[in-house]
Design a binder for this molecule. Structure first.
Ligand code: 6R9
Length: 632
């Protein structure tokens, strides 16, 4: 698949112009030349954004697994599709070829069919990062069932909410999973979640840790014997372009998680297109995205995007700190990884450790580095550039969301000149704009505002499962006719975008709008700081004042550090952004995907800790108590 790769900046601007002037032709050509269709579309796009209605490739028929697997069999049958690296480096890796993957997906799909799963049924997948996770996702897609993957670190309550919301008929899980030196008891969590639920008829159980688990007669079945018996021939269901492919839950700022629904053709085209342009795979490249498949990053850029391109995609079961902080670099050396994609939070964690963990390893195979999930601060960007890329690998800071399905704003490596902390320019076809609080579009450069998108793109979520009204209200009402991202952004003098964080992180101090990201960036510049989070709290003169939670690399006299940190902020942003309160903490409450839960920090700063909400889904729930104890 190479018909659509952008070669240089001129080509980029030309593609962007064509995509805006004639989106039907731009996306129609890409879809036609790079994918396998059972039937072509009658119309490329139909939309009414004010009503939150969008359809792509209307009337087309396809199956995404034919595009991700079958069509590669002739030329790439013996090529590794999924290279699975286990948690324990001494356990053998698995090299699953496209041919193996085809066989495994077909068998799994037949097991699902035997369990009564039909096109349109929901299947909840609650698995650790083992090959069965990828196989089961594709098995659902093969027969037209809608997969809903729930990250295997979520609690039974969180899992129950998600199973209930989409009324899953089948749950796929395992006896447990390994993460570093810990094991997690997944089957026990599933049992707990299913206690008060009637929709789930079957639980399919993979074995990973060989622990003792209880199996409920009539409901629970071990996968292995079923897979062994199953035929490895399975017809790929003919799907409409707009048939649902998956649901993936993302947390809202309040209330129930939102089940974002993605459909088949548009998602396939856009995830494959962006993967190809941003990571620029060559035939023998080994690509590694170190995210978990429980997040959108794993869906689009471990599974669908790479496989649609016939790439070898590494799937890693472990964590960056096990057996030691050199694990990522060891894996890069071991497989001669060419493209590596991770989150700023992982980079910061590893940058804090002795650089000898990096220097022990040969990273010369690397060509492109990527980041995703949150703004990357300047210090982390340079560390990644110096120590991992050795100043020779472009870093692509990719801004996108569960809702967008694929990367939206990011430098195209070797095409777009990078600028630290800037996601730079939108992908072709993505019409970004900045809006002010009064609903007016902000023209010109050197401006900040709320990030919106003016025109649909193929992989946008189509709705929130079971609640289209909420979808409309959350994304399309604030600025009628536009998709509102919830993020704030700044456009610099050449039109590059820098994401300044969620708009609900904007704090207004004495009438000045301050984004938390640049302030945190300034704080993190201090040599003794590892990471920080800034929130607002009410102040009777300034309206709001700033409260900073700061993790130190090494201890020093606190008052002295407070002064120094405020001096750095004054220098970099201005005295207006100085922190009124600084609390030194051992950790920050984070979601499993590494995002700081500012909602909790805000409550603590407001001295309102009565209703913290469900903190069990956090990576580190214990830290909350500790921060509350030391609150100022
Ligand atoms: C892919 C993913 C989406 C939110 C998004 C924004 C933040 C993601 C970012 C970034 C700055 C980047 N975000 N990438 N902020 N720079 N490169 O992370 O999806 O989990 O839905 O999160 O993450 O705030 O709105 P999701």
């Amino acid at each position: 698949m190479s018909n659509y790769r952008i070669n240089d900046l001129e080509h980029y601007f030309k593609a962007q112009k064509e995509a805006i002037e004639n989106p039907e032709k731009f996306w129609g050509d890409i879809a036609e030349q790079n994918f396998q269709w059972r039937k072509k579309w009658n119309k490329v796009v139909a939309h009414n954004l004010a009503e939150a209605e969008v359809k792509w490739f209307l009337g087309a028929k396809l199956n995404i697994t034919e595009n991700c697997i079958d069509r590669h069999l002739k030329t790439r049958g013996n090529k590794t599709a999924i290279l699975w690296e286990p948690n324990d480096p001494n356990e053998p890796a698995e090299h699953i070829t496209y041919k193996d993957l085809h066989q495994r997906v077909c068998k799994f799909a037949n097991v699902l069919k035997e369990s009564g799963v039909k096109k349109g049924d929901r299947v909840c997948i609650y698995l650790p990062m083992i090959p069965d996770l990828t196989v089961s996702i594709l098995a659902c897609a093969r027969i037209g069932a809608i997969h809903s993957v729930v990250f295997a670190g979520f609690s039974s309550t969180a899992l129950a909410t998600r199973i209930n919301d989409c009324e899953a008929k089948v749950v796929i899980t395992s006896d447990g999973g390994f993460r570093g030196d810990k094991t997690i008891n997944l089957k026990g969590i599933v049992d707990e979640a299913l206690k008060h639920m009637s929709c789930v008829e079957t639980v399919l159980v993979a074995k990973r840790i060989d622990s003792k688990i209880s199996m409920k007669a009539g409901r629970d079945k071990f996968l292995k014997p079923l897979l062994e018996k199953a035929s490895d021939d399975c017809y790929a269901e003919e799907m409409d372009a707009e048939d649902p492919l998956f649901i993936l839950y993302t947390s809202g700022s309040t209330g129930m998680p939102k089940g974002m629904l993605h459909t088949t053709a548009g998602y396939m085209v856009y995830s494959a297109y962006t993967f190809n342009n941003v990571f620029r795979p060559e035939e023998n490249d080994i690509y590694w995205c170190a995210a978990d498949i429980g997040w959108i990053t794993g869906h689009s850029y471990i599974v669908y995007g790479p496989l649609a391109n016939g790439t070898t995609s590494v799937m890693f079961e472990g964590v960056p700190s096990y057996p030691d902080f050199g694990r990522f670099w060891e894996v890069i050396e071991k497989y001669k990884i060419n493209q590596f994609y991770t989150a700023p939070t992982a980079i910061r964690t590893l940058a804090k450790e002795n650089v000898s963990f990096v220097e022990k390893h040969d990273l010369s195979s690397l060509k492109i580095l990527g980041t995703v999930g949150e703004p990357i601060n300047e210090e982390a960007w340079h560390w990644y550039d110096n120590h991992i890329g050795k100043k020779g690998c472009p870093i692509t800071d990719t801004w996108w969301q569960t809702e967008t399905g694929g990367m939206m704003i990011c430098p195209i490596p070797f095409v777009t000149p990078t600028k630290p902390t800037f996601a730079t320019l939108p992908m072709p076809g993505i019409q970004v704009c900045l809006m002010d609080e009064n609903g007016k579009e902000i023209e010109g450069n050197r401006e900040s505002g709320r990030l919106c998108i003016k025109f649909p793109w193929p992989s946008m979520a189509r709705t929130i499962w079971g609640n289209h009204q909420r979808y409309k209200e959350t994304y399309f009402i604030t600025y009628p006719g536009k998709y509102f991202t919830g993020d704030g952004a700044m456009r610099d003098e050449v039109g590059y975008y820098r994401i300044t964080g969620r708009v609900d992180d904007v704090i207004i101090i004495s009438g000045h709008n301050l984004g938390t990201a640049p302030i945190e960036d300034a704080i993190n510049e201090h040599e003794k700081v590892v990471e920080s989070a800034v929130v607002g709290f009410p102040h009777n003169i300034k309206g709001n004042a700033l409260y900073g939670y700061i993790i130190l690399k090494e201890e020093d006299e606190h008052d002295k550090l407070r002064n120094e940190i405020n001096r750095v902020i004054s220098e970099q942003i201005g005295p207006i952004a100085k922190l009124d309160k600084i609390q030194f903490v051992k950790g920050l409450p984070k979601t499993r995907s590494g995002k700081i839960m500012r909602r909790i920090l805000r409550k603590i700063a407001h001295k309102d800790t009565s209703k913290l909400g469900d903190i069990s889904t956090l990576l580190n729930p214990d830290i909350v108590e500790e921060i509350m104890k030391g609150a100022l």
